[in-house]
Design a protein around this ligand. Sequence first.
Ligand code: SF4
Length: 472
Amino acid sequence: MNVTTLPKPPRVGLVSLGCPKALVDSERIMTKLRADGYDMSPDYAGADVVLVNTCGFLDSAKEESLEAIGEAIAENGRVVVTGCMGKEAEVIRERFPDVLAVTGPQQYEEVVAAVHEAAPPVPSPFIDLVPEAGLKLTPRHYSYLKISEGCNHRCAFCIIPSIRGDLSSRRPDAILREAEKLVAAGTKELLVISQDTSAYGLDLKHAVYPLKDGSEVRAHMTDLAAKLGGLRTPEGETPWIRLHYVYPYPHVDRVIPLMAEGKVLPYLDIPFQHASPKVLKAMKRPANEAKVLERLHAWRALVPDIAIRSSFVVGFPGETEADFQYLLDWLQEAQLDRVGAFKFEPVQGAAANDLPNPVSDEEKYDRYERIMELSARISAEKLAAKVGSTIDVLIDRVDDQPSDERGPDLAHLDAPHPAHHHGVGATGRSKADAPEIDGEVHLRDAGGLQPGDFVRVRIEDSDEHDLYGVPL
Ligand code: SF4
């Protein structure tokens, strides 16, 4: 049996000097790095790279910053400098020619790029929360917000608890402060991620934390989601709040009214992984006893346009043709909007490796093809039903020239459907589409739009995964 061995995630050490603003910058950088799969190192010795966030406000603070850089160079050697002293890059480089990169305050993208270069992230579909393309710098108009680390479950195919440990939630006040900063800096969409978002706050005993505006927040998924939904962009818009990796525990029902109120996107990413009770039991999946189909119907009754995304594993040891057919029938009934599927693969250290009755590679492949075919058909039908409607779209990319000036070879890139090649096109996403993993909305005649703009779009056409339309 081929068992996949996982690479170790790179570790970042952080020395944060300076004012509370600098600390918020550090938090924000760490959030992105954590979302990218980096581990934090509490000491110099265990770090693959050390980030020094400096202060340059007073001479004494500058001296302290230079000392901190010197110490990091001496103790570790691989150092990236950021923060206010980064404005004086020559001073730093003169004294420490070995620093790997120097960036200034609020240059999040540059710092994260420097860390990526010094200690490249190791993409792994077995442990990553962010799609591989998301490891590249996410544009400012959307950000991943990691709310906890680790997991209390022990799914048979998963090695995350042994790598990341048990659930460890971040304080809700710290998450909200960071979310506020992100939104103030141009983020229009927050993608809430963790291994198990619905378990958020369990380890904090769902304690209540005071906020600086005099209100308070409970360390609980629904309370945190409600607070996030109360944020406003500098233009007064409500940012999109998208919840990923939510298990269907009973309390998830309480997040659905927040969708009806427009505080949270009508979107749930629930990694069901299978439908057959026998396979789910063998997988040791959490919340598998819930009557999921009935709950999906109830959610759709409250929020008719809710989009449910899920992923499934096919070919888990012991999965029979009857189990697989059960999954297909269930999917047909559940009518999920977005489906990702994986062929089971043993990962070093996973309990499932020792289970009897492995499924052959041919069967896995065949089942994978069949589940993808069914989900593409369901998706195509659901998208076709949107033709003629008007929906909200968040713009991700805008073409830099009209499609008819690109020549025949380039005309398809980011362009509207071939049937409507007119003018400058743009590509965005609807509320039902998470970046990188779901579909897109391709626009024609989109001149004047910018990435990060919200627009109303009339849908004119659809295919298996994408929509095509025109801004109103
Ligand atoms: S819920 Fe299961 S699959 Fe998800 S991280 Fe925890 S153990 Fe792994």
